[in-house]
Design a protein around this ligand. Structure first.
Ligand code: UD1
Length: 422
């Protein structure tokens, strides 16, 4: 087991290059199951969730090989459905994409219950509603979810009751090879939805409207291989934007799509942070002090819930009182207790956090209670006086490609060390 040790108080300065987007990569990797051909994926972030997804496909009979240039070739021609290893599936949330992908490819699915960050209950009723609309009969047991579509997958119209990223991607995967046309209303609009749709279209699918709330999928008989580069990760980029602001440094963040960052940029500018946009880069710097704001997380194009803990860390060292409302996920404030250990003054009442800015944080031993909470601990540690030790960093490594190496290059005093056990 390892921990991250940060000697804080040093401004970040220099350039950092953003990796491919985790949440797009995971949908695309499982989407490869639909294709009986070779797919070459470029800009895959080599984070633990990606490695796990590739291993799950391998165990299902796919051939997976890494090229010298870092691209990964996936061939699912001989993959077999219903045999994904439960022990790996339960380690991550996005393994639920196997349901849509197996249903689309084989007309049936059998997948263990998925895991991921603990945010309270994370229902998948909308996914199930979608599979049923396509002709699937869904059976739930404690360990498995099974779907049978005896008469094949047939295109259908579906209105999601809540906006769901996972549900929308699962519908794309299940419906691309269906007979007829599927229409999803009230679809999620996140850039990763667009990226998964672009990938499938590059393989020969006929999907229109991704990025709007109505997506149409005209079923095709088969998909073919392709080479596809994953879109840059807006959440990784946003995390470095906030790290630059929290340390009052100046970072040039490269390989980004500034449009995807608009809601994050808008809130940072409101706080007094300076953000300059270029074609595929942004430069972020911050004066001292920063101002308090009010913020509510929303589905895209609103401010992302996956950037909520990070901005909470920044607000905790900004002037005045900020109100932060979680508008997407049931329970996403478990990390607040950890920020308090560093000296933050935050009260949580239901889905609202009230943050009273303090003049500074002080290093302490904290835990990464989940992936983005872990990123908030890193940001807080970078901005703190003294030494911060972060444990349970496997959560952080699920979603951030070489975070320690990237931060070191821009001036952070940060290292990963083995935890000594007796
Ligand atoms: C995905 C992301 C996660 C991000 C989240 C919201 C992946 C692998 N994970 O998670 O990083 O935080 O989007 O942007 O891409 N809901 C239902 N029924 C459903 C589905 C969802 O009620 O069938 C509700 C739940 O309260 C849930 C919320 O909608 O908490 C958001 O869910 P969803 O958009 O589906 O998020 P995930 O796919 O779990």
């Amino acid at each position: 087991m390892e921990k991250i040790v940060i000697r804080g108080g040093k401004p970040l300065n220099g350039s950092v290059v953003i990796s491919g987007m985790k949440n797009a990569a995971l949908g695309i990797i499982f989407g490869c199951l639909l294709v009986k051909d070779k797919i070459t994926l470029e800009d895959l972030p080599m984070i633990s969730d990606v490695k796990l997804s590739l291993e799950i496909l391998r165990r299902m009979g796919a051939e997976v090989a890494e090229n010298a240039d870092g691209s990964v070739v996936i061939d699912c021609t001989n993959a077999v459905g219903g045999i994904s290893p439960c022990d790996l599936v339960k380690k991550m949330r996005a393994s639920y994409y196997l349901l849509g992908a197996e249903l689309g490819r084989f007309g049936r699915a059998k997948v263990g219950r998925s895991g991921g960050c603990d945010f309270g209950t994370r229902p998948i009723d909308q996914h199930i509603k979608g599979f049923e609309a396509l002709g699937g009969v869904v059976t739930l047991s404690d360990d498995y979810i099974r779907i049978e579509a005896e008469n094949g997958i047939r295109g259908s119209e579906l209105f999601f009751d809540v906006i769901t990223v996972g549900g929308t991607i699962n519908m794309l995967l299940a419906a691309v090879l269906a007979e007829g046309t599927t229409v999803i209303e009230n679809a999620a609009k996140e850039p990763h939805i667009v990226d998964v749709a672009n990938f499938l279209n590059t393989c020969g699918a006929v999907i229109t409207g991704a990025g709007t709330d109505t997506i149409k999928i005209k079923g095709v008989k088969e998909l073919h291989g392709c080479t596809y580069a994953i879109v840059p990760d807006m959440i990784e980029a946003g995390t470095y934007m906030i790290a630059a602001a929290a340390t009052r440094g100046c970072l040039r963040i490269e390989n980004v799509i500034p449009k995807h960052l608009e809601s994050i940029t808008a809130k940072l500018v409101e706080m007094g942070v300076s953000v300059d946009e270029f074609d595929d880069a942004i430069v972020v710097s911050a004066p001292d002090p920063l101002r308090h704001i009010n913020l509510k997380t929303l589905p895209y194009p609103g401010y992302p819930t996956d950037m909520q803990p990070q901005i909470c860390a920044l607000l905790s060292i900004s002037e005045g009182t900020s109100h932060l409302i979680e508008g997407v996920i049931e329970n996403r404030f478990r990390y607040v207790e950890e920020l308090r250990r560093l000296g933050a003054s935050i009260e949580v009442n239901g889905k609202t956090a009230t943050i009273n800015g303090v003049s500074g944080l002080h290093g302490a031993r904290v835990r990464a209670v989940d992936l983005r909470a872990g990123a908030a601990m890193v940001i807080a540690g970078l901005a703190s006086d003294g030494v911060t030790e972060i444990e349970d960093i496997h959560h952080i490594e699920r979603g951030y490609n070489d975070i320690v190496g990237k931060l070191k290059k821009v001036g952070a005093d940060i290292e990963k060390v083995e935890i000594q056990t007796l």
